[in-house]
Design a protein around this ligand. Structure first.
Ligand SMILES: NC(=O)C1=CN([C@@H]2O[C@H](COP(=O)(O)OP(=O)(O)OC[C@H]3O[C@@H](n4cnc5c(N)ncnc54)[C@H](O)[C@@H]3O)[C@@H](O)[C@H]2O)C=CC1
Ligand SMILES: O=C(O)C(=O)COP(=O)(O)O
Length: 533
């Protein structure tokens, strides 16, 4: 049981029913603080005490917030879009970001359909008019959805659900998504199209992509120019996917008959010029605002927080690869071994590493080995980054310093069921270490450089390279005894009789390379290194 207190800051309004997993958790010592509506300065001041930050779309998690977040381990987004969170800064600081991608799909899709129907039939305008005492039937003659073409740009969870519902309205659906295959389009009963084809053919266009550099201004002046006169536009995804100035012009010029917007470049959007246009109907980012969606996203993100602090893994990571359960079961036993190999090999050199080669051999090569590589890199970087390196940032930090990472797979493992070999290259040196899992006995290092050994990768080790001449082993043992360094186990290996050899000793207490200078001076000893795993 973990007793250390985990402080959780809920900075945006979350469903109280949805956070019940946090409230009722007993194994972890969770301290949940709800403080919504903080200014950016207040958040920066406050965040240092917290291990978890939970947000929706209102709170912007800037690099400054992350810099001030000295204890932060996890940022939870109770919803889909993470464009309000600086993922790069989070990754750099080893902070895992999780979201709740499934919980609000229905609500967002239903809201999109509600907006499209309202747009087609002028419901908000007519409502306003009637509430203002007018019985005006002439101004609000709408269009039917039936037999119209809906273009869906971004065919992920929400896009697909919108398409299903639109088909229920007997609309034809054109869909664009870089990942949409012909087979899937056919299976879902939609026609695959490009964005340009959608612009040319659609009567209604709805966007459902994330806001990314590639999707910002995806629908712009050029795209409006391609559209049919009288097209209607819906955005329940993110402000900025449709260029707001270009939309304003297209509406005022009469190209676009109307637009329904739930999201805006700047929110709260009380001062947006689009809202002055009678053809534009709008809601204040309400796509996910239903009892059901809010409960669901809060439950999902709460469960991921608990899972993270109990197991170190999460279900919905945003800035690290998600490991499916089946894969995790296969590769998790190798995590520690991979990390130890990294910790081991990095201590064999003082030169900067330029290239890392990971060789996966045998059974393990049948799986996605990227999580193992992350663990190996974590071990490798630990010498310089201590515990600031983790699964989230290990690959990022390695690549940032310009180190090349190569993964190689082969099915033959030299007699082992699975064998992991880690090789590092510096400007002048190449070092390698290999390890395996022995049935029932755990991890073993089985090869260091070219020498076959059998070493448990833990504790304090001495790695001694020598020439295979009588007396070398005895001299080392005697010298260590003189200095009161107790040998727990000892392994020797050699490439050939009388040639280069290696001794691997485990000792009871930590020693440094300096403590061992006297060993290096012994006859036939070439190199001595103290390693801690
Ligand atoms: N208004 C609201 O309250 C809500 C808004 N959203 C927003 O809806 C959007 C979509 O959410 P989901 O469907 O759950 O996400 P998703 O990840 O399931 O789908 C997004 C799709 O966009 C596609 N995409 C990426 N780049 C693209 C490009 N350049 N062109 C076309 N498609 C591209 C992806 O391949 C993916 O299939 C997100 O921006 C999310 O933040 C989500 C929930 C509620
Ligand atoms: O999930 C999303 O991406 C949303 O846009 C929902 O935002 P919200 O949590 O309602 O602020």
């Amino acid at each position: 049981m973990t007793t250390e207190q985990i402080n959780i800051l809920i900075a945006d309004p979350l469903s109280e029913d949805g956070i019940f997993p946090l409230r009722q958790e007993t194994e972890l010592n969770l301290n949940v603080v709800v403080d919504t509506g903080l200014t950016p300065e207040q958040l920066i001041e406050k965040i240092g005490d917290f291990h978890v930050l939970l947000v929706r779309s209102q709170t912007t998690v800037t690099p400054e917030v992350i810099k001030a977040a000295k204890n932060l381990k996890l940022i939870g987004r109770a919803g889909v879009g993470v464009d309000n969170i600086d993922l790069q800064a989070a990754t750099e600081h080893g902070i895992i970001v999780v979201n709740a991608p499934d919980g609000n799909t229905n609500s967002a899709a239903e809201h999109t359909i509600a907006m499209m129907t309202s747009l087609a039939r002028y419901i908000p305008q007519a409502y306003n008019s009637l509430k203002n005492g007018k019985w005006d039937r002439k101004s609000y003659v709408g269009v039917e959805l039936k037999n119209k073409t809906l273009g869906v740009v971004g065919f992920g969870r929400i896009g697909v659900e919108v398409a299903f519902r639109a088909k229920g309205q007997r609309m034809q659906v054109l869909a664009y998504d870089p990942f949409l295959t012909d087979e899937r389009a056919k299976e879902l009963g939609v026609t695959k199209a490009t964005v340009d084809e959608i612009c040319e053919a659609a009567d209604f266009i709805t966007v459902h992509t994330p806001l990314l550099p590639e999707t910002r201004n995806l629908i712009n002046k050029e795209k409006f120019a391609m559209m049919k006169d009288g097209v209607r536009i819906i955005n329940c995804a993110r402000g900025g996917i449709i260029n707001e100035d270009d939309l304003y012009d297209a509406v005022t010029e009469g190209k676009v008959a109307g637009a329904a917007l739930d999201v805006f470049v700047e929110e709260p959007a009380t001062d947006n010029k689009l809202l002055t246009l009678p053809q534009v109907i709008a809601t204040p980012h309400l796509g996910a605002s239903t009892i059901e969606a809010q409960e669901s996203v809060a439950v999902d993100v709460s469960n991921d927080i608990i899972k993270f602090f109990k197991t170190g893994t999460v279900t919905n990571p945003v800035n690290m690869p998600s490991i499916p359960k089946e894969l995790l079961a296969q590769v998790e036993p190798f995590f520690e071994l991979a990390e130890k190999l990294g910790t081991f090999v990095t201590q064999l050199t003082v030169e900067p590493i330029k290239e890392i080669n990971l060789f996966y051999a045998g059974d393990v090569a049948n799986y996605d080995v990227r999580p193992l590589t992350s663990n190996a890199l974590k071990g490798l970087l630990s010498k310089n980054h201590g515990n600031h390196v983790n699964d989230v940032n290990a690959r990022y930090l390695t690549e940032r310093i310009g180190v090349k990472i190569n993964e190689h797979k082969t099915t033959t493992a030299k007699g082992f069921t699975s064998l992991l070999t880690l090789e590092i290259k510096t400007a002048n040196e190449v070092h390698s270490v290999a390890g395996t899992l022995l049935n029932g006995l755990g991890a073993r290092i089985v090869k260091v450089e070219d020498y076959v050994v059998d070493v448990i990768p833990e504790g304090h080790l001495l790695y001694i390279r020598n020439t295979d001449k009588p007396g070398a082993i005895g001299r080392v043992a005697t010298k260590l005894a003189e200095k009161d360094i107790n040998i727990a186990t000892m392994q020797v290996g050699r490439a050939q009789v009388g040639g280069k050899a290696v001794m691997m000793l485990s000792v009871d207490n930590q020693v440094t390379d300096e403590d061992l200078a006297f060993v290096a001076e012994l006859t036939n000893i070439d190199e001595v290194k103290a390693l801690t795993l």
